[in-house]
Ligand binder design. Structure first.
Ligand code: PLZ
Length: 455
């Protein structure tokens, strides 16, 4: 503990035993958070933003507790990471044991079982019963980059196709793959070459065009502007994350995947945000019956420990030369121990079903809200990945100001929500799957209240 730490925080334990309640004892942010935030501004680059400057001391189940003793309902999961719940007991035990045994050897120097076990689990759990291999990394962006390296090595081709509204990360290659300029790319060029963008199926904004039609349009762009024989990989989020929780029309993904297969192009599903039970399937591709050649996972995989993976066809994964993939920390033993505990919890706690139950609670209430409020243009999503797109009534014109106002109102009322979308006009909800029903309902009560108050 440093001299700056709040003495009270040392005695606070997180996890599901935290009181599962929304409790506001100060304004949001409270005085201790305000003080910490002033320190942050003096010490941390101002380029690292903060959605909600309440400083956490504990979290678990469906709440985040701050330094002032406020307990906020969590509809964010640290951006879709704490899917099994913060400080899940199984994760805490596995991490504690591993930390006590050894923290690092580097898998490329003297390997260990945990890495191999995570690879085996991902090979078994990801869609398709073909022979698979996995490589582990630290962040989502790093894994996406590696998927591209693997696809290039396998195909001997260079071009990469991504889609409108895509988000794939903030490293140089993944910035090029990400669609939105502000805040992700602005002033940070030049970007990596050989990245091309195709149109996406976006039912709310393309007149509900059917999936096969939208795919034909994307394929036309790819064939005319890139050429299949130049193309190493198509990389797509099965449900968009930062880009606005867009669910492509049914058939879109399958048609793109089939075209890739017919043309020797590696089809990569970026399931960094959607993977590991979040959408009411272990992987979001499953909703569309799509088996990707490579699948990228991160976020929900290790309960908050930094870990990401590329999993796919053995012959694709084995294409790069030995030593061609790696990194000092990739597949760190503590992160691997956490991932094994997460995957166990997903099965033991029935979290795929839990995500579906969360959808079944959220969608009807949000759709009822939409009936009463013409500013809600669209309610969409799957599982515990649900969003509201806000527009000027009777149009599809994005309303970012209203979105920011509603997010701030939710925060002030003790509900953590995030925004997203190319136009910043989407309110998104990503509760931990460990959230109890009464908090899920109360979070929805808060949303109803703030929508009513803003009319
Ligand atoms: N691919 C689909 O959602 C990360 C980014 C938050 P990293 N999304 C949250 C921010 O503003 O930086 C993400 C994603 C998809 C890749 C990534 C990148 O994952 O672990 O943040 O690198």
């Amino acid at each position: 503990m440093t001299s700056h730490a709040d003495p009270a925080s040392a005695t606070v334990h997180g996890g599901p035993d935290l009181p599962q309640e929304r409790r506001l004892v100060t304004g949001i942010p409270g005085p201790r958070s305000v003080e910490l935030h002033q320190r942050k501004q003096q010490a941390v680059s101002s380029a690292v933003g903060t959605v909600l400057p309440v400083y956490a001391v504990a979290a678990g189940g469906g709440v985040v507790v701050d330094v002032d003793g406020n307990s906020l309902i969590d509809f964010g999961s640290g951006i879709a990471v704490t899917t099994v719940g913060n400080s899940h007991p199984g994760v805490v035990a596995a991490v504690t044991d591993q930390v006590a045994a050894f923290t690092h050897t580097c898998f490329m120097v003297t390997p260990y079982d945990g890495y191999v076990a995570v690879a085996e689990r991902l090979n078994a759990l990801t869609p398709g019963d073909h022979e698979k291999r996995t490589a582990l990394f630290n962040s989502g962006a790093e894994a996406v980059e590696n998927a591209v390296k693997i696809a290039r090595s396998h195909t001997g081709r260079q071009a990469v196709v991504v889609f409108d509204h895509a988000y794939h990360g903030r490293t140089n290659l993944t910035m090029a793959m990400t669609a939105k300029n502000m805040p992700y790319k602005h002033g940070f060029g030049p970007f990596a070459g050989e990245v091309y963008r195709a149109p996406l199926s976006y039912p709310f904004r393309d007149g509900g065009r059917d999936g096969a039609d939208a795919a034909a349009q994307a394929i036309e762009v790819i064939e005319k502007q890139v050429g299949a024989t130049n193309l190493a990989a198509v990389v797509i989020e099965p449900i968009l994350g930062e880009g606005g929780f867009v669910v492509p029309a049914s058939g879109f993904l399958a048609a793109i995947a089939a075209w890739c297969r017919a043309n020797g192009v590696v089809f990569v599903a970026d399931e960094v945000q959607t993977g590991v039970a979040r959408t009411g399937a272990l992987f979001a591709c499953e909703h569309e019956g799509v088996v990707p050649d490579l699948i990228v996972t991160a976020k929900g995989l290790a309960g908050g420990m930094p870990l990401s993976a590329v999993t796919g066809h053995a012959e694709i994964m084995d294409a790069p030369h030995t030593g061609g993939l790696g990194g000092t920390y990739g597949g760190n033993p503590v992160a691997c121990a956490a991932a094994l505990a997460v995957l166990e919890a997903v099965a033991a706690d029935g979290l795929v079903e839990r995500a579906r139950a969360i959808e079944a609670t959220m969608l009807p209430r949000l759709r009822a809200l939409q009936q009463a409020d013409p500013r809600i243009g669209d309610v969409r999503g799957r599982g515990a990945m649900i969003a509201i797109e806000l527009v000027r009534p009777g149009t599809t014109e994005p309303d970012a100001a209203l979105t920011a106002q509603l997010a701030a109102a939710a925060h002030a009322d003790g509900l953590i929500v995030l925004t997203c979308g190319t136009w910043g006009n989407v309110l998104r909800f990503l509760p931990p799957l460990a959230i109890p029903d009464h908090l899920l309902e109360e979070g929805l009560d808060v949303l109803e209240r703030i929508f009513a108050a803003s009319r």
